[in-house]
Write a protein that binds this ligand. Structure first.
Ligand SMILES: NC(=O)c1ccc[n+]([C@@H]2O[C@H](COP(=O)([O-])OP(=O)(O)OC[C@H]3O[C@@H](n4cnc5c(N)ncnc54)[C@H](O)[C@@H]3O)[C@@H](O)[C@H]2O)c1
Length: 282
């Protein structure tokens, strides 16, 4: 059993806390917003109940799993952790500040992981004095359901840290895949150009969003079309990741489509705002 601290209790943080607690680890779930912590506990409880209804979890399990999760608005609640997983907002300044503080606060042996989708692990690690113990642990949304964890080695991440995190991910029932730290890692470097190209197809009037998604679903056996997936991820998040790829690699093939920029400027973020390429009723 590992003592885990999860920083940020939003979409990803609550799922990460859920999976660790379900596999017997104690979890300190930390967020600056107490409302986010309350919402996270409700989400975890609701998702555990769904697992019970599906028959994949014993009826008495949710109470025991929830008893392993404590919440706090203070970063100090991470001080005893063996492993910290940062899943706070995708903002470099927020993450750099958190890692400087966590490095000062946490035990010397603790591993500091980040769930970032696109920020350089090497740059985050450089904010600490323990770069060999800093690593990317990129869970996919929804965390309790998705099999993959992309494990990202920063420039100085040690073999021991990588081996520990790979093993731990397997013990959570996940399939970890090791990659190196370059913009977008593998998942977003491959996914985002496809989404961007689908958006260019809308922009240039090649086809409607419905037609583009149908081509990719029925023709390529993708479970979701690229535009529905972009709405699910969040168009603001897609734009931020494309900007990281464009600036980080410096190749214009990653240039975000002007239509994507325009939709984000108009507040059309996809599913979470109710409108993106498709319309959602909340
Ligand atoms: N949403 C996805 O599909 C997805 C998938 C993979 C990875 N990620 C990554 O996971 C991370 C979290 O994303 P999310 O979608 O859960 O975001 P979110 O906006 O749902 O949640 C972020 C949470 O972090 C909290 N927070 C902000 N600053 C903090 C601080 N200094 N200390 C503690 N808490 C703080 C916020 O209050 C919020 O509750 C990001 O790095 C994102 O790139 C997201």
């Amino acid at each position: 059993m590992t003592k885990v601290a999860v920083i940020g209790s939003g979409t990803m943080g609550n799922g990460i806390a859920h999976v660790f607690a379900q596999h017997g680890h104690s979890v300190a779930l930390i967020d600056v917003a107490s409302a986010a912590l309350e919402k996270a506990l409700k989400t975890i409880a609701g998702n555990l109940d769904r697992q019970v209804k599906k028959g994949t979890l014993a009826p008495e399990a949710p109470a025991e799993i929830l008893s392993r999760v404590t919440t706090s608005t203070e970063l100090a609640a991470a001080k005893d952790a063996d492993l910290v997983i940062e899943a706070a907002s995708e903002n470099p300044a927020v993450k750099f500040d958190l890692f400087t503080k966590l490095d000062a606060l946490c035990r010397a042996e603790a591993i500091l992981a980040t769930n970032t989708s696109s920020i350089s692990i090497t740059q985050i690690a450089a904010r600490t004095k323990r770069a060999p113990q800093v690593i990317g642990m990129h869970f996919m949304n929804p965390v309790p359901v998705m099999q993959l964890v992309e494990i990202i080695r920063g420039h100085s991440t040690s073999d021991a840290t990588t081996a520990m995190v790979m093993e731990l991910s397997r013990a959570l029932g996940k399939t970890p895949v090791e990659v190196n730290d370059y913009p977008g890692f593998v998942s977003n470097r491959v996914l985002m150009p496809m989404i961007n190209e689908a958006i260019y197809c809308v922009f240039e009037g090649v086809a409607t969003p419905e037609s583009i998604d149908t081509v990719m679903k029925l023709g390529m056996a993708h479970p979701m079309g690229p535009l529905a997936l972009a709405d699910f991820i969040g168009l603001d998040v897609c734009l931020a990741i494309l900007n990281v790829l464009h600036e980080g690699i410096g190749d214009d093939k990653y240039r975000p489509c002007p239509l994507l920029k325009k939709m984000v400027a108009a507040g059309e973020f996809g599913r979470k705002s109710g409108k993106g390429f498709f319309v959602y009723n909340h």
